[in-house]
Design a protein around this ligand. Structure first.
Ligand SMILES: *[C@@H]1O[C@H](CO)[C@@H](O)[C@H](O)[C@H]1NC(C)=O
Ligand SMILES: *[C@@H]1O[C@H](CO)[C@@H](O)[C@H](O)[C@H]1NC(C)=O
Ligand SMILES: *[C@@H]1O[C@H](CO)[C@@H](O)[C@H](O)[C@H]1NC(C)=O
Ligand SMILES: *[C@@H]1O[C@H](CO)[C@@H](O)[C@H](O)[C@H]1NC(C)=O
Ligand SMILES: *[C@@H]1O[C@H](CO)[C@@H](O)[C@H](O)[C@H]1NC(C)=O
Ligand SMILES: *[C@@H]1O[C@H](CO)[C@@H](O)[C@H](O)[C@H]1NC(C)=O
Ligand SMILES: *[C@@H]1O[C@H](CO)[C@@H](O)[C@H](O)[C@H]1NC(C)=O
Ligand SMILES: *[C@@H]1O[C@H](CO)[C@@H](O)[C@H](O)[C@H]1NC(C)=O
Ligand SMILES: *[C@@H]1O[C@H](CO)[C@@H](O)[C@H](O)[C@H]1NC(C)=O
Ligand SMILES: *[C@@H]1O[C@H](CO)[C@@H](O)[C@H](O)[C@H]1NC(C)=O
Ligand SMILES: *[C@@H]1O[C@H](CO)[C@@H](O)[C@H](O)[C@H]1NC(C)=O
Length: 417
């Protein structure tokens, strides 16, 4: 151990001499304090031991999970970490005491949603090494809520909270309780080589199992994701800016979502500068879609609301390969969302959608429409550029898909409504 540490220091020194004229700017290397979390006997709650490990090693240390299954039977809050490395070699398996979670999951302060684990800090590196897994035991939840949307108290798997300059890599997320993760109040975070799979094995849908949702966050990169689920693959919500989603593969979910947004009466929210590129989609409902609430407030979040203002602008969706997209409009906009069960009122939203590029889209789909855009009469969509589309309709092998359905779309480029 001692020898190998010295060896590492020498290498570091040589490298730094190659790269810099002076080695004096090098931080003084010091061994990291390491906390190895040991699992309890069967069924005992491992959350207290995990909280202790983060308390001991959350500032400048290394938290290590062995290749074991850890039972999490209570909520965890491990925020405020500093320069912390986490190595997950095993599985964190969440308990299924629904009574407990409904009463204790931690509120996130948006859409009345809540979470099983608040996690965050600055300069955090969380590695799953392609193997480490968060397992939410979600089938219990899918069966319990039986398709009811946004069941109060049903927890998200993890909330990445107030996190800056951090990396999450090689982590698997399976059968999440609800949204897999929410990324909130965070900036400059890279999430790479992430596998998400939340699918149901019976008649209850895996609804609300979003792969990730960004809220009040800036400069977030999703690189090499695989998502197989029953809802949004990745969803960019209120105040998501400078977001990059690249080189990812999505199965069965709804596709990449902007929104829903505009749910809070008279509140200004926006989404700006989003690039989604290098995407392969198998049996998703859309390639991408934008969803806002109407201009009238009906009820309250999570399942009601509306009347929010703001805009979504500079959204680029490019280099998509589609296999069997299932719904009307490979690209879709709706501004008609209102209290569940209510319809109409598609022209009242003041939330503006503009500056969109949907380009270099190929493959085969189950619709005749390249785009279906129901924009609000009170605030039409402008500057929509759709070009370089090479889609065929699968049922009519080789027949090109060429149609558009538009309401209140102005200043189109590359196509006409
Ligand atoms: C973890 O343990 C399981 C069996 O318990 C084994 O199959 C697997 O290869 C191990 N993984 C790693 C990364 O060591
Ligand atoms: C998490 O812990 C921090 C620090 O104690 C606290 O300020 C924060 O309110 C907690 N968050 C939740 C959701 O309980
Ligand atoms: C489930 O949680 C509730 C509320 O915390 C508790 O009263 C009950 O004993 C727990 N049930 C089991 C089987 O642990
Ligand atoms: C709900 O949680 C609170 C505080 O955690 C506790 O006082 C209360 O007894 C719990 N109720 C049930 C039904 O478990
Ligand atoms: C918000 O969630 C709480 C429980 O966390 C629930 O009691 C309340 O009914 C929910 N409100 C709405 C509008 O769904
Ligand atoms: C997701 O899990 C289901 C059930 O285990 C499996 O059939 C499916 O192939 C998985 N999807 C991916 C993309 O691995
Ligand atoms: C837009 O986001 C990209 C990341 O996709 C970033 O590199 C670029 O700097 C952002 N542009 C502006 C004007 O902030
Ligand atoms: C969202 O962004 C707008 C515009 O900058 C700002 O007015 C609003 O306070 C932000 N909302 C939150 C909760 O940060
Ligand atoms: C929006 O896109 C335009 C054209 O690509 C670019 O000049 C501008 O910097 C972008 N603005 C933001 C805030 O990303
Ligand atoms: C294509 O989508 C249709 C409609 O959802 C579905 O019935 C069919 O099985 C899918 N085909 C393939 C090859 O996945
Ligand atoms: C919205 O307004 C357009 C004209 O701008 C009209 O054709 C359409 O029927 C209206 N839709 C609804 C649902 O009122």
């Amino acid at each position: 151990m001692f020898l190998s540490n010295n060896f590492f220091l020498i290498l570091l020194f040589l490298n730094s001499n190659l790269l810099c004229a002076s080695a004096s700017s090098l931080p003084r290397p010091h061994p990291r304090k390491t906390c190895v979390v040991r699992q309890h006997a069967q069924d005992k709650d491992d959350a207290p031991a995990i909280l202790n490990a983060f308390k001991e090693c959350g500032n400048g240390g290394n938290v290590v999970f062995l290749n074991q299954t850890y039972n999490i039977n209570s909520v965890m809050n491990t925020t405020g970490l500093q320069d912390c490395e986490i190595d997950l070699h095993g599985t964190l398996l969440w308990g299924t005491n629904i009574t407990y979670w409904l009463n204790n999951s931690l509120p996130i302060g948006y859409q009345n949603q809540s979470s099983a684990w608040f996690f965050g800090g600055e300069r955090v590196t969380f590695r799953g090494h392609g193997y480490g897994t968060l397992d939410g035991n979600g089938q219990t939840w899918y069966d319990f809520v039986g398709g009811v949307s946004n069941y109060p108290g049903r927890p998200h798997g993890i909330t990445i909270w107030n996190t800056k300059d951090s990396i999450f890599d090689g982590i698997r997320f399976v059968q999440s309780q609800m949204w897999t993760m929410a990324i909130m109040h965070s900036k400059n975070v890279l999430l790479s080589n992430i596998y998400v799979n939340s699918t149901t094995d019976d008649h209850s849908p895996a609804r609300n199992t979003d792969g990730a949702d960004t809220i009040f966050s800036d400069s977030i990169t999703f690189d090499r994701w695989i998502v197989d689920n029953g809802d949004d693959c990745i969803s960019l919500k209120a105040n998501s800016t400078n977001i990059l989603i690249k080189d990812s593969t999505f199965y069965r979910g709804l596709g990449v979502s902007i929104g829903s947004i505009g749910q809070y009466y008279d509140q200004f929210e926006y989404v700006e500068n989003v690039t989604v590129t290098g995407i392969t989609s198998h049996n998703t409902r859309y390639a991408a879609y934008v969803k806002t609430w109407t201009g009238q407030q009906v009820g309250y979040p999570p399942n009601g609301g509306g009347g929010g203002v703001g805009y979504a602008s500079n959204l680029t969706f490019t280099d998509f390969t589609m296999y069997n997209t299932t719904s009307t409009g490979v690209f879709y906009i709706t501004q008609c969302t209102t209290f569940s069960g209510v319809a109409g009122d598609c022209n009242s939203s003041l939330f503006n959608i503009r500056n969109i590029k949907f380009t270099d889209i190929k493959g085969y789909v189950g619709t005749s429409y390249i785009a279906d855009m129901q924009c609000s009469g009170a605030s039409p969509c402008t500057n929509i550029d759709i070009e370089d589309i090479s889609l065929t309709k699968y049922v009519l092998d080789g027949v090109p898909v060429v149609e558009y359905e538009c309401q209140n779309v102005e200043n189109t480029m590359g196509f006409s409504c």
